[in-house]
Design a protein around this ligand. Structure first.
Ligand code: SF4
Length: 275
């Protein structure tokens, strides 16, 4: 196994591919030791990925294939940089004073953090030892993998519920919806703080019945502080082209302000705090 490389700071919109050709396939990957993992990049000052100022670590590996994904270069472990937990924590350490003073913390995103579950858990545990607030951003698809030990070092979950309709979910992600709903219900049961994110893709997820389904599912959940409606955008389109992937949204426009307002209104009407 090669030595760990240095993870460069960057952005979710940097195209990064082919850094670890020896990496295993993510589909059946289990990181039992979790000492090393594969990461795309990190951002040091996000205001959009959890409360306060966040360092956001984008891990490699995802089993979904969302047609509108803006990070297809995070799907495969082989496209990530192999780094150790210690390297990540050493880097994180320098941001601790700023994160604490701005009431933020660490968010692990991706890709899907649960693909490298033990690597993610170790980083979250290290962040907790530094006194930081911890969050993951996840589709919840692999939520059945999560145990109490993992949840004990996690302060909050940002959960993407991409549709309430199994057929629509399958169409936009190529995976089943049920594991995500199961994970959401489990978080609600234990009262784990959560924000739900709904990506609004005109012509694909904007059907009023689809939105209502998500809203009615989430509304009774007392642990969900916010539902955040995220408008589809084209900022990741160039990655699909560069990676020779078939992109189905070349002609999809971002939602109009009126459509965003209608969808936020639907969530609010159901009783959700939505924005
Ligand atoms: S879950 Fe996220 S990273 Fe995975 S394909 Fe969907 S949008 Fe992309």
């Amino acid at each position: 196994m090669p030595q760990a490389a240095t993870l460069e700071a960057g952005s979710r919109y940097d195209l990064r591919v082919g850094s670890s050709p020896e990496a295993p396939d993510e589909a059946d990957f289990r990181d039992d030791s979790g000492v090393f993992g594969y990461a795309h990049s990190y951002e040091s000052s996000s205001r959009y990925d959890g409360p306060g100022l966040r360092v956001v670590l984008f891990l490699s590996g995802c089993l979904l294939r969302c047609t509108y994904c803006h990070n297809p270069d995070t799907w495969h472990l082989k496209d990530g940089t192999r780094v150790s937990v210690q390297q990540v924590l050493d880097r994180l350490q320098s941001f601790v004073p700023a994160l604490r003073s701005l009431e933020g913390g660490l968010t692990i995103s991706g890709g899907e953090p649960m693909v490298q579950l033990e690597f993610t858990r170790r980083i979250l545990a290290g962040a907790k030892e530094m006194g930081l607030h911890t969050a993951i951003q996840t589709s919840g698809y692999l939520g059945d993998r999560v145990d109490d030990r993992f949840l004990s070092v996690l302060d909050m979950v940002m959960l993407d519920i991409k549709s309430s309709d199994p057929a629509t979910y399958l169409k936009v992600t190529e995976r089943e919806l049920a594991p995500t709903l199961r994970f959401a219900e489990r978080l609600a049961k234990i009262g784990k703080r959560a924000w739900v994110r709904f990506t609004l893709v005109p012509g694909h997820t904007d059907d009023p019945a689809n939105v209502d389904g998500v809203a009615r599912f989430v509304a009774p959940m007392k642990n969900v502080e916010w539902v955040e409606v995220q408008p589809f955008h084209q900022m990741g389109a160039f990655k699909w082209k560069a990676m020779n992937l078939e992109y189905k949204h070349t002609d999809t426009l971002p939602p109009s302000p009126e459509l965003v307002a209608r969808v936020i209104g639907q969530f609010r009407a159901a009783g959700c705090n939505a924005r």
